[in-house]
Design a protein around this ligand. Structure first.
Ligand code: ZN
Length: 203
């Protein structure tokens, strides 16, 4: 499986990192080795002094597709979740400055937290789902999918013009504002419409 991540999909987060609003979705890939195994703690890697959490809504692809039209995109997924796109922000800043790919800052081992999957039929409107990241008991990120610049179906259509989507692929749909640094002993949990879908301990 592959993990396709969308960058700069919420206006408030674009502003907090002083990035330009993109004309089309920003895409990058994490390898499958980036998935943090379930119930495993996240170890801060030696190569970074500034690992950030980014909570994001996830979509799991259920069948092969390419050049998917937006109007048919919903046939390609049944399950939604929440995860974290861990980012070595210091390393990413260096790579961005040099115009180099972000992979080292985004695709390292454990950099993709994937929560429990929930059937999409549980939600009335997928484009109006609330989600949050709670750190040590305090809400640090809050979002709603209505605030995405490109919604789930538009992302699937766009992504599938470049990459064939396969069963089991996961799309990370971008993070809202409030990203921040993790420290050892932090405890993170992701909440989608009142339901806790993951917890992660930082070591
Ligand atoms: Zn992200």
């Amino acid at each position: 499986m592959k993990i396709i991540c969308i960058g700069r999909n919420y206006t408030d987060h674009i502003k907090e990192l002083s990035n330009a609003r993109p004309e089309s979705p920003v895409i990058f890939i994490k390898p499958d080795s980036a998935v943090l195994p379930k119930e495993q703690d996240f170890y801060i890697p030696d190569f970074s002094n500034n690992i950030h959490y980014e909570v994001e809504v996830l979509v799991k692809i259920k069948k092969v597709g390419k050049h998917i039209e937006e109007q048919f995109a919903s046939k390609y997924y049944d399950e939604i979740s929440l995860g974290i796109d861990f980012t070595a922000r210091d390393l990413q800043a260096q790579l961005k400055e040099k115009g180099l790919p972000w992979e080292k800052a985004k695709g390292f081992d454990g950099a993709a937290v994937i929560g429990h999957w929930v059937d999409k039929s549980k939600f009335g409107d997928l484009n109006n789902i609330n989600f949050a990241l709670v750190k040590n008991g305090k809400t640090v990120q809050k979002g709603n999918t209505s605030l995405m610049l490109w919604k789930i179906d538009a992302l699937i259509a766009y992504v599938s013009t470049f990459f064939m989507l396969k069963k089991g692929d996961v799309i990370f749909t971008g993070t809202p504002a409030g990203v921040g640094k993790i420290e050892s002993n932090d405890y993170l949990s992701g909440v989608l419409e009142e339901q806790e879908l993951f917890t992660v301990k930082i070591k």
